[in-house]
Each structure stands twice: as structure tokens, then as C-alpha cells.
Design a protein around this ligand. Structure first.
Ligand code: CDP
Ligand code: CDP
Length: 224
């Protein structure tokens, strides 16, 4: 058995999952897997090839035809679909607006969960998403559930958009985040919820470094 841990990080939109997961993966020399990017990639493909969002079979065919892969680069992780760099494209508002609809489909989830479990089978993975601790890696040695007030999460995303030069209205952004969280938490298949054995961290008012330190301390205790 691997002596490396699997670290599952779940939580609502903009709670800081991917930011802290990337840092922890780098510090521990583990693989980072952004499962949200996988649901976003399927949504991107469905929009590109105009596949009906309710046609589960056609959506699963898309996943088989256009493999989703990750590549570590100096500036962070790049996402490829069928060899094409879609790192930026999968963050566009049109994808964000539709992703929860695609992510609610059972057949799509089954297919992506299979891939996620295969990535983590040797251990040494930091994986972030909505159902990692509950469904994808129920045996993960470290399970974290990150949260923060919706006001703070919207402020974080707003600041990030401003820095990237993406124009947006703060109130609309906040409403869209709250709506997506509601939808993700109330769907039938693998809803966003804290695993019973996960450690919850309310990151409201916490810096990125403070959150990273808290999780790394938990992981180090498990390793000892
Ligand atoms: O980064 P952000 O919080 O905006 O979202 P994301 O992590 O990229 O995830 C986008 C969407 O994918 C979520 O709103 C969920 O609908 C879906 N998702 C999911 O259902 N299960 C996961 N394990 C990861 C994401
Ligand atoms: O992956 P998720 O959607 O949960 O959130 P993220 O993309 O990691 O974080 C959203 C934004 O919040 C990023 O711009 C982070 O730099 C910022 N952030 C923060 O300001 N304070 C934290 N404790 C965590 C994240």
C-alpha cells in the first residue's frame, strides 16, 4: 500500500478549494486533481457540439471521444480536452452558467467518478470538488469541508475577476454563486454535502496561508 495520503477537499463555490489544494499538492509533492474542471470540460464540449443537456448517452459519448487530461505547468495546472488547451475556455460565464445542470446527470457523474478514482488509486492525490469525501474517495485519509460566508466568497471571486480584467456586477455574481450552491446541494445524485468524517473549516476571514497550514497540520498528524 502507498504511504502517501489521499486528501479530499470539498465545499461550495469560491470557498478556496482549488487555491489551497494546489499549494498542498506542491508542498507534499502530490498530484492535484480539479474535478470541477472535468464537469466544466464536459459542459464546454456539450456547448461546442450542441449536444442536448438532457441526452446522457450523447454526453457520455463526448467524454469517451474527447479525453480530459491535466498537465502541470509553471503557472499552474492546464486542462486539455482532446489535446486542446481549454484552461481558460472552461471558466467562461457560459460554461459556469450551465455546469451544474450537466453535473446533476447520473451517467455523466458515473463516468467522471470512475476516472477520478483511477487517478487516486495509487494514493498521493489532493482532489477537490463537491462529492470527493462522500462518493469519489470515501476512504481518503484526510477529508476537509471548506466553507465561508456567501458574501466573502462572492468578494473573493469578484476580486479575482477584477484582477483578470473580467467585468462583472458584484450582486449578480453573489446571486449566481448562491444559486449554484443551492442547485449543487439539492440535486439527487451526489449532492454537495459534508462527509460525516470530514473536518469542517470556516475560512471566513482566514488567509490562504492560514487555511493551508490548518490542512497540512491535519495531514501531517495522519502521516505520523
Ligand atoms: O471553481 P468553482 O467553485 O466555481 O466550481 P468548480 O469547482 O469548477 O465546479 C463547477 C461545478 O461542477 C460545480 O458547481 C458543480 O456543479 C460541479 N461539480 C460537481 O458536481 N462535483 C464535483 N466533484 C466538482 C464539481
Ligand atoms: O476552488 P474554489 O471555487 O473553492 O475557490 P478558489 O478558486 O480556490 O478561490 C476563489 C478565490 O478566493 C481565489 O481568488 C483565491 O485566491 C481567493 N481566496 C482567498 O482570498 N482566501 C482564501 N482563504 C481562499 C481563497
Amino acid at each position: 500500500m502507498s504511504d502517501k495520503l489521499n486528501i479530499a477537499i470539498d465545499g461550495p463555490a469560491s470557498s478556496g478549494k482549488s487555491t489551497v489544494a494546489k499549494i498542498i499538492a506542491k508542498d507534499f509533492n502530490y498530484i492535484y486533481t480539479d474535478t470541477g474542471a472535468m464537469y466544466r470540460s464536459v459542459t464546454y464540449l456539450a456547448l461546442k457540439y450542441q449536444v442536448d443537456f438532457t441526452d446522457e448517452k450523447a454526453l457520455v459519448d463526448l467524454i469517451h471521444r474527447y479525453p480530459i487530461t491535466f498537465k502541470q505547468a509553471e503557472g499552474g495546472q492546464l486542462v486539455f480536452v482532446d489535446g486542446q488547451d481549454v484552461t481558460m475556455a472552461i471558466r467562461l460565464p457560459e460554461v459556469t452558467q450551465h455546469v451544474s445542470q450537466i453535473a446533476a446527470l447520473k451517467a455523466v457523474r458515473q463516468e467522471l467518478v470512475k476516472q477520478q478514482q483511477s487517478i487516486a488509486k495509487a494514493g498521493g492525490v489532493v482532489m477537490d470538488g463537491r462529492d470527493i469525501g462522500t462518493v469519489v474517495l470515501p476512504d481518503a485519509q484526510v477529508k476537509i469541508f471548506l466553507n465561508a460566508s456567501v458574501e466573502e466568497r462572492a468578494q473573493r471571486r469578484y476580486k479575482e475577476n477584477m484582477e483578470k480584467g473580467i467585468a462583472c456586477d458584484f450582486d449578480e455574481l453573489k446571486e449566481a454563486i448562491a444559486k449554484r450552491d443551492y442547485y449543487d446541494s439539492h440535486r439527487e445524485n451526489s449532492p454537495l454535502k459534508q462527509a460525516s468524517d470530514a473536518i469542517a473549516i470556516d475560512t471566513t476571514g482566514m488567509s490562504i496561508d492560514e487555511v493551508v497550514l490548518a490542512i497540512e497540520n491535519i495531514a501531517k498528524q495522519k502521516l505520523n
